[in-house]
Write a protein that binds this ligand. Structure first.
Ligand SMILES: [Zn+2]
Ligand SMILES: [Zn+2]
Length: 147
């Protein structure tokens, strides 16, 4: 999944600030810098009026946008995903079923080191469990957002 698709999916068509779903969403960079940082965690889709208000110094303030983004990150990572990421940080790796953590691989937060078990059902082979380690971006994300 491309980052842009992920950003749109995480707000599900709604502005996460005002809850409106009829307005065009635009991309806001949480940390303003030159050049802009285009990572998933630095970008948030919000509606144009909320975006204009923010940049005019009105609500939503930067702090409010950061706390919205933190909630969205937690939801995007999912509870099992976040747990897997924390365990990988704490113990140097985590054993998990692929379907619980594949989104973390797409987001480059973990990487798969080895397949521990495979199962065959009706001629179809599937990975049962694999061993994953956390990447530097995974560590950065947990640290920066205090997970
Ligand atoms: Zn809005
Ligand atoms: Zn902006």
């Amino acid at each position: 999944m491309k980052i842009k698709d992920l950003l749109l999916a995480e707000v599900d068509g709604y502005c996460p600030v005002c809850g409106d779903r009829s307005r065009d969403l635009t991309e806001h960079h949480l940390r303003q810098s030159t050049p802009k940082v285009h990572t998933y965690e630095n970008r948030l889709m919000i509606c144009r009026p909320c975006h204009d208000d923010h940049h005019a110094g009105k609500d939503p303030k930067a702090e409010a946008l950061l706390s919205i983004k933190r909630r969205l990150i937690a939801r995007t990572l999912t509870i099992p995903g976040l747990n897997a990421l924390k365990e990988a940080r704490r113990r140097g790796g985590v054993v998990a079923a692929p379907y619980l953590v594949n989104h973390l691989i797409e987001m480059r937060l973990i990487s798969r080191k080895s397949v521990l078990s495979t199962h065959v059902w009706k001629g179809v082979e599937a990975v049962g469990e694999a061993f994953y380690t956390i990447t530097d971006s995974g560590k950065d994300l947990l640290k920066k957002w205090r997970f």
